[in-house]
Design a protein around this ligand. Structure first.
Ligand SMILES: Cc1ncc(COP(=O)(O)O)c(C=O)c1O
Length: 388
């Protein structure tokens, strides 16, 4: 008898878990694998949580989140994203991750199809856990990994219920332009689809780019669930706090799944998140400036290694180099780097079939770590012949 329920079987041989195991006891390992910023959460945010604990703010809160936090999120969405969502259309969640899960759990039925960019952060697994069917929409390097509206429309069937967009995207670092969002908005309207817009990296954008929220387009409110997080913007990964915003009719349904999953998010983390939104934003600016320096270091470094081609990250802290010239699967290539360079990165194929031939590198690590990893990779690849 196999122990795991059928719905978790396909998670058992997950590449990410496998590579983690492989690298666990390795000494002198340099990791560029994870998306956990090395920065500490800014002091005023930590202080707000300490104060909450000292004042005995240690009880359950309103299930959807503290009213004052939802008020602050509502103002932020209106001011920065052009999304009009009242506090009762907002649910504070345990990171973007819980927002993704409860949205899919609440809205996707067995056999519903969900269109998902490929490669992307594990929405496919979340859809499968809910019993739905993920349908991949390939992102192409020749389009700078920006999703193509025609590729979305050509995959719509009578069973399609939802489209997922992630901008900036993990793992490709690509962003979706305003024009493309307008096109996608028309398709979503025409086919009456629901949409998740994951905007967790909205602040980490480079070269003066602007992030757009599809939930701000006219008449989109009844169809779009916007997901955001404090993890990446404020270096708050361990606090586990994020949120979603949706029309009340949708938020009410998702709230049921949220209540029965979690009751409410950690009370102190909610106070910290309130301080993050209402306090000074200069720490975010400094972190993004440093990400920009790291991005240049990493992209230039990767492109200076024979056989590797890497387009410039538009947003997020991910680089997604093409390593097809070495003629290896991206899983074998990442294993080669792990064994021969003691550098841990994930294969692009861990994020979908269209990620085959690529690797995912994180620059949420200090410059010294990035330099060390690049030096090791250069040395290890000198011994490896190019196939093309
Ligand atoms: C695109 C994207 N969405 C959501 C998440 C979930 O992050 P969190 O739950 O920490 O907000 C991540 C984490 O890396 C991510 O890359």
């Amino acid at each position: 008898m196999s122990l795991g329920a059928a719905r978790v079987q396909y998670l058992m041989d997950d590449v990410i878990v496998y590579l983690r195991k492989l690298s666990m006891d390795m000494e002198d390992l340099v990791s560029l694998a994870l998306g956990d910023p090395d920065f500490s959460t800014p002091l005023h945010i930590r202080d707000a949580a300490k104060k909450a604990v000292d004042e005995g703010f240690t009880h359950y809160t309103h299930s959807a989140g503290l009213p004052e936090l939802r008020e602050a999120i509502s103002e932020k969405l209106s001011r920065e994203n052009g999304i009009e969502a009242s506090p009762d259309e907002i649910i504070v969640t345990a990171g973007g991750e819980e927002a993704m899960h409860v949205t899919v759990q609440a809205l996707i039925d067995i056999k519903d199809e969900v269109l998902i960019p490929d490669p992307c952060y594990h929405f496919d697994k979340i859809v499968r856990l809910a019993g739905g069917s993920p349908v991949s929409v390939p992102l192409k390097e020749e389009n700078k990994f920006e999703i193509n509206p025609e590729d979305i429309e050509s995959r719509i069937t009578p069973r399609t219920k939802m489209l997922v967009l992630i901008s900036p995207n993990n793992p490709t670092g690509s962003m979706i332009s305003k024009n493309t969002l307008d096109e996608i908005g028309k398709i979503v309207k025409k086919h009456d689809l629901l949409m998740i817009s994951d905007e967790c990296y909205e602040k980490i954008v480079f070269d003066g780019r602007k992030h757009y929220s599809i939930g701000s387009l006219p008449n989109m409110k009844e169809q779009v669930i916007t997901i955001n997080s404090f993890s990446k913007t404020y270096a708050m990964t361990g606090w586990r706090i994020g949120y979603l915003a949706a029309d009340k009719s949708i938020a009410n349904v998702i709230q049921k799944a949220h209540y029965y999953s979690l009751i409410c998010v950690n009370a102190m983390a909610q106070k910290a998140a309130l301080a993050a939104l209402t306090g000074p934003q200069n720490p975010v600016k400094s972190m993004v400036e440093e990400y920009s320096r790291r991005r240049n270091l990493m992209i230039n470094g990767l492109n200076s290694i024979g056989g590797i081609k890497c387009i410039k990250t538009a947003g997020s802290f991910w680089a997604f180099p093409n390593v097809k010239a070495f003629g290896m699967s991206s899983l074998n290539f990442s294993k080669y780097l792990l064994t021969n360079a003691k550098v841990a990165v994930f294969p692009g194929s861990a994020f979908g079939m269209a990620g085959e031939g690529y690797l995912r590198f994180s620059f949420s690590y200090p410059q010294e770590t990035i330099k060390e990893a690049l030096g090791r990779i250069r040395d290890a690849l000198e011994k490896l012949p190019l196939k093309t």
